[in-house]
Unconditional design. Structure first.
Ligand code: NAI
Length: 327
């Protein structure tokens, strides 16, 4: 029997945590042959609710779940951790400036980065879900100098899945007919969902839709889908976010299918003119457990402008975080 993989979930008592933990414990994160031990990290006020979730996990009698630890101490949570899903974050509240938001999150992600640096297993893989996800991942990575930077990633897979669904709906094709779609940049309203390199049944996706739809409906709909969910559901997306986190980690560990790619925010090596070192979304494949940027794609003028705008936002966030002494 294989040893259990230690999976840390921060913000475990929150709504994404509730949608995520049962799927991890059922084997959907790592596959049906890998037992998991869950580590739930919460703030002190969240510990009791996390204990309640643990009771329910127990009641599912998942054969792959080998144990659950609950703590409010990051060092304890990340000791020996193999996978970290960093979901808990400080949300933007009314009147909060970007600097305040980044500072508050620095107070969460820098200590978690230090805890990862101190005790995580050598194969640690981090996915940051909590917003502002890309820059929170950068903060955590900077606080973990002994962990290779490429182990810190941020989630744009929900945006990717939203874009797939919108395009499939528009063209009335099954989702499986669509390949090579990309989200570029920041997980924010500036993100750029790229159809110019995407294919539907092997043919250019952009050529099958009109430019007005692409520019005025598709791009804003995908970028503002989070706000649409809040408006209609009365709460922010949770199950779909948890689903995307599962997709991201599953593909990272198990590999992406031949002839296709996915989107993930990973540290830039300067590809496609994206400022080196920021954690930005790219077209990626996973080979032998490592994300690789898909190289050599054509970036037309329309795409260039939008990628540059989102990257500029990430560079500004990095500058703001630097000014706070977090990098
Ligand atoms: P929630 O408010 O329901 O839950 C957050 C939980 O995190 C709470 O239980 C809270 O006690 C806990 N928490 C706060 N600070 C913590 C810390 N320092 N350590 C451990 N736990 C801590 O929020 P929800 O809906 O689960 O969302 C979580 C985050 O995910 C938010 O930042 C949200 O913006 C983000 N998100 C990101 C998406 C993406 O595509 N990247 C999509 C949807 C949400």
């Amino acid at each position: 029997p294989t040893a259990p993989v230690n999976v840390v979930v921060t913000g475990a008592a929150g709504q994404i945590g509730y949608a995520l933990l049962f799927r991890i414990a059922s084997g959907q994160l790592l596959g049906p042959d890998t037992p998991v031990r869950l580590r739930l990290l919460e703030i002190p006020q969240g510990v009791k609710a996390a204990e309640g979730v643990a009771l329910e996990l127990e009641d599912c009698a998942f054969p792959l779940l080998s144990g659950i630890d609950i703590t409010d101490d990051a060092t304890t949570a990340f000791d020996g951790a193999n996978v970290g899903l960093l979901v808990g974050a400080r949300p933007r509240t009314k009147g909060m400036e970007r600097g305040d938001l980044l500072e508050a999150n620095g107070g969460i992600f820098a200590p978690q980065g230090r805890a990862i640096n101190a005790g995580a297993a050598d194969d640690i893989r981090i996915l940051v879900v909590g917003n502002p996800a890309n820059t929170n991942a950068l903060i955590a990575s900077a606080a973990a100098p002994d962990v290779p930077a490429e182990r810190f990633t941020a989630m744009t897979r929900l945006d990717h899945n939203r874009a797939l669904a919108q395009l499939a709906g528009k063209l009335s094709v099954p989702l499986t007919d669509i390949k090579k779609l990309t989200i570029w940049g920041n997980h924010s309203a500036t993100q750029y969902p790229d159809l110019y390199n995407a294919e539907v049944n092997g043919k250019s996706a952009a050529e099958q839709v009109d430019e007005a739809w692409l520019r005025d409906e598709f791009i804003p709909r995908v970028a503002k889908r989070g706000a649409e969910i809040i408006e209609v559901r009365g709460a922010s997306s949770a199950a779909s976010a948890a689903n995307a986190a599962i997709d991201h980690v599953y593909d990272w560990v198990n590999g992406t299918p031949e002839g296709d790619w996915v989107s993930a925010a990973i540290p830039s090596d300067g590809s496609y003119g994206v400022a080196e070192g920021i954690i930005s979304s790219f077209p990626v494949t996973s080979v032998n457990g490592e994300w690789k940027i898909v190289e050599g794609l054509e970036v037309n003028e329309f795409s260039r402008e939008r990628i540059d705008a989102s990257v500029a936002e990430l560079v500004e966030e990095r500058e703001a975080v630097k000014a706070l002494g977090l990098l």
